[in-house]
Every structure is written in C-alpha cells, then in structure tokens.
Design a protein around this ligand. Sequence first.
Ligand code: DLL
Length: 431
Amino acid sequence: MIYNPMMETMPREQMRALQLERLQHTVRHCYENVPLYRSRMDERGLTPDDIRTLEDIRLLPFTVKNDLRDNYPYRLIAVPMRDIVRLHASSGTTGKSIVAGYTRSDLEMWAECVARLAVAAGARDTDIVQISFGYSLFTGAFGLHYGLEKIGATIVPISGGNTERQINIMRDFGVTALVATPSYAMYLAETAEKMGMMEDIHLRLGLFGAEGSTLEMRQELARRWGITVTENYGLTEIIGPGVAGECEAFCGQHFNEDFFLPEIINPETGEVLPEGETGELVITTLSKRGQPMLRYRTRDITSLSYAPCACGRTTVRMAQVKGRSDDMLIIRGVNVFPSQIESVLLDTRGIGPHYEIEVDRVHYLDRLTVKVELIDAGLLERFSELEALQKALHDRLRTVLNIDVQVRLVSPNTLKRFEGKARRVTDLRGK
Ligand code: DLL
C-alpha cells in the first residue's frame, strides 16, 4: 500500500520539475528572510534568479551544524515568530543545542512525511503503536506520533523509560507496533524475556530509527521479538523523523523527495558524487517555511539509488547509514566505524548485543578496547572456552578493521543499557 501514490510514484522528470520549482521558491525565501543565507549568496555574487536548473543548486554554499549553533536560537528562522507554532531542539553531545522552528504548514508536511514512511513500513490503521521515544524537545516522539495518528493507528504515547511498565502496557494494550531506537528495542526485548512475557506480547512491526544499527542488530531484533524490523531516518535540522524510511521490499530508505532534495558529496572536497557512490549526505528542504535549510551537511555517510524499487515507489532511496563522518574513529591512521565492530560482535555466537568501545593512548600509541557481554555467565568459569572465544573475536576484528583490538569479555548484564540513543564509544585521547 502506498500512502500518497501521486507523490511517491511520480515519474522522474515530473519530480525534477516539481523539485526545481520548489527549490527556486525556497532559495528566494531564504535570500529574502535569513541574513546568513543572503550574506553568503552575496559573497558569491549569487541571486535567487541564478537557480535555473536543479544542478544550479551546486552554486549554493553548504550550511553546517555550527551555523545553527552560531545563530542560536532563532536567527535562521525565516518567518515572524508568531507564525512558529512549535519548537524542537537536539542537544547533541557537545556545545549549544540545535533549534528547529515549525510553522503550521511545516507540521502538516511533517505528519504527511511520517504517514508515508509508516505505511511504507507496513503500519496500518488497525495497529496499536507504542511510542517509546521521549516526548520532549527531541523530534522522535512527536514526529512519529502525528504521522501515525494521520494514518489512523491507535497511539500509545508512553514516552521513554520505566522499562518494566513498557512491557506490561505492551501486553495489556495489545500493542502491535513499536517505535523506539534499536538499542532501546533491544533492552525492551531483554526485559520482556526476563519478565517471561514474550509469549503474551503480540508485536508484529518495529519502526526503529534515530540511530544507526547494523543488519546483524536488526536481524537480532527481528528474531527476539518475532517482528518485521524497519528503520527510518531523519534529523532535527531538516525536520526530525520523516526524511526517509524503509519499505516492505527492504532495499534502502525512500526519500520524501518532493520535500527534501538529497545530494552525496565527497566530505573532504565538497565535490558532488555520482549516483551509487558513498559519501556525505547533503539535504536541501523544498517546502519548509519556518526554518528552511540550504545544502545542509548531515555528516551521515551513505549512497543514493534512483533504480526502480519492487514496491512501486519511484522516489530515490538512500542506503543504510554507514556511520557519521564525525563518529569515525581514526586509530593509528586507520579509519574505523563503530558499525563495523557491531557487525562482527553480533555475528559471533556466545556474546550478547551489548558492547562498549573505548579508545585511549598508551605510550603515544592509540589503543582500541572493545568490552562485550557474554550470554552465558558460566563461561567465565570455563577458562579454555573463554580464551578461545576471546581469541576468535580478536582475530575477526583484526581481519575486518586491519588493526589490533583488545577484547574484554564481561559478565551478562553488566554494561550500560540505553533508553534513547545509545552512546557506546568513549574516546579518552586528548583528555
Ligand atoms: O534522531 C530524528 C529521528 C527520530 C529519526 C526518530 C528517526 C526516528 P536528531 O536527534 O537530530 O534527530 O539526530 C539526527 O541521528 O544525523 C543520524 O546521524 C542519526 N540517525 C537518525 N536516524 C538514523 C538512522 C533524529 N535510521 C542524527 N540510521 C542523524 C542511522 C540515524 N542514523
């Protein structure tokens, strides 16, 4: 089922024409109402009339996270404050928050985006959906809430935390779909198993997002819950969730292209890369009024495909996010993405899906340590088996990452669990 067939199956040429019209409108809106955009365009001798084709977007300068921080809280808002009806923010791990302001029409557009991805993922008006993202300044809960309400699903707005209660509510309310981060969905599964309640819960669908997860993590979630696992992608700066989402054909996440125009660039040079190549995702909003974004550098590493999808949608698809260019670790000169480590761990029998990565420096040399939880505590007593497992993990990580990794196996239930986005990497270098 396709929520908005006209937009989601539009022929490419027609889509490009619509995008150009909206891009021209957005650039003019930015130029006339946001001093930062006007001054950057003036510096390059550009006016809105210079955007004559979609490719002319490349004339525009990039916008980066620091632009939002430097213009905190309202200086990128392009309409009078009385037209802003909602604010959200993301805290990030460092520095000032990123603020996002929405007009009423932005909120309607947002709900439309999420409705499309929810239907693409298989959600229906008969579903009872538990939203386990925190209802707060974070965009996740409100974003999914209004989109799912729009398709007529029954919403259970439980918010994050209080994990045992979440399980009781899932059982009592007959919840059929879960909205959460993959890491919280894993913690919920573990809790349901411990409470002996898996049999009493009838989930069929997971709508997961807000953080990266590997294929192995999603397979583990599908196995433990007995559900179809889908993921969706978005970011506060652009709108929140609703930028892209997976369909039932599972070949990438469909972009809401009539609202968000994606490009892939080489993060080092800023050069736009051809279809299929992997690089940093850059997004321009095409209809947002409150806080439009021109060529926003997401830092997320992915690729795009315009090939037709088995589901019938014609919208461009983005591949699973490989990582963020800013969470890539450089260990003794070698690039390491935490997702590579996760794939190896989840593919290894005997260890659970909980791990922590620590980087420090010993005698001027980087050292990478991975702490992993065992599934069976009894293994700690069986020294030779333990040693064999540790060696197998060590060797596999070395083959995949090309560097030496210290592996520490720890008892079950000793590492931190996460109710929102997981924070598994600690970098102690320079501290
Ligand atoms: O996480 C919006 C969101 C909420 C998306 C709920 C999906 C579901 P921020 O807090 O601003 O917004 O974080 C945005 O999270 O740049 C990515 O690095 C990461 N991210 C979000 N979704 C995915 C995903 C929300 N499906 C940042 N896969 C983004 C990988 C993701 N990374």
